[in-house]
Design a protein around this ligand. Sequence first.
Ligand code: PMP
Length: 360
Amino acid sequence: MSRVFNFSAGPAVLPEAVLERARDELLDWHGSGMSVMEMSHRGKDFTAIAAKAEADLRRLLDVPDHYRVLFVQGGASQQFAMVPLNLLPPGASADYLDTGTWSVKAIEEASRLGRAHVVASSQPTRYTTIPPRADWQLDPEAAYVHYTPNETIVGVEFLEVPEVGDKPLVADMSSTILSRPIDVSKFGLIYAGAQKNIGPAGLTLVIVREDLLGHARRDCPTMLDYTVFAQHDSMYNTPPTFGWYLAGLIFEWLLEQGGLPAMAERNARKAGKLYAYIDASGFYRNPVDPACRSWMNVPFRLADETLDKTFLAEAAAAGLTSLAGHRIVGGMRASLYNAMPEAGVDALISFMRDFVQRRG
Ligand code: PMP
């Protein structure tokens, strides 16, 4: 067996210890004689797995009691619609901050269901900055304020939670959740697709303040209504049981690692050394304002873009894979989620250095 250092933005690398445990438990989960995939979601074994996963997530994020944790399907993209279906009354308007491709997708979807007012946009800087808070045109009548704490494609991350007064703050945390501690009480609703820091694709996590439940529009389909998920412990229908179980194993692994403070320390160090090398290299370049560089996704360009294909091929041959930038921006991108070991970042930096030297 030879595992690579996989820098994919998602689906992304999972902790090896978790994969090994899932393998060991695959055919016969804890003497049940079956795999988790084969269990009834309503049986005592799976309900225990589900409850433990939620309890561990609550511990990790210190989720207050008046928040519900929902295990949903449809990816973060489905949340772009579920958020307005549940929180935006007909005829009302919501505030959206535009900091990149994922913000734009959320805005476009909300615009199909109501009014999405863009409070500020970093599009003029090609999404390499975050618009200064003083320039945001918040609407006093807005139903909520939506933003994307980490823009996965350009690698822009909010290092602070923005202050938006008493409006519910809604955050697409797909590519930053569990990478550092957050104060959940500052948010009305948090959502995240699983396939980066949570587990395999197919599961979507929603953390919602209880008072925001019960307000879905009347024509909201059952399976898009947060309240239905909350009332049925996310088991109105058959949930993605295996993904939920694997997420639970990841949460346990994170707790064993020392929880989110330990992850934050490790993630800051991983990203810090890669940015430091890029900036000092004279060959690679990251265009993002250093005040908002992502810890999770580090895009970079080569001084000579005709070498891109060679770089990717040689990196893959060295066991460093999935380094191509998103197709809409090109260049390179190294995603450094929780499960990327520090050794992977060291190997990448050493490869990048050799690549330049060989062309010296
Ligand atoms: N939001 C962000 C910030 C993302 O990074 C992604 C996926 N890369 C999405 C939304 C879309 O997620 P999904 O594929 O789960 O719909």
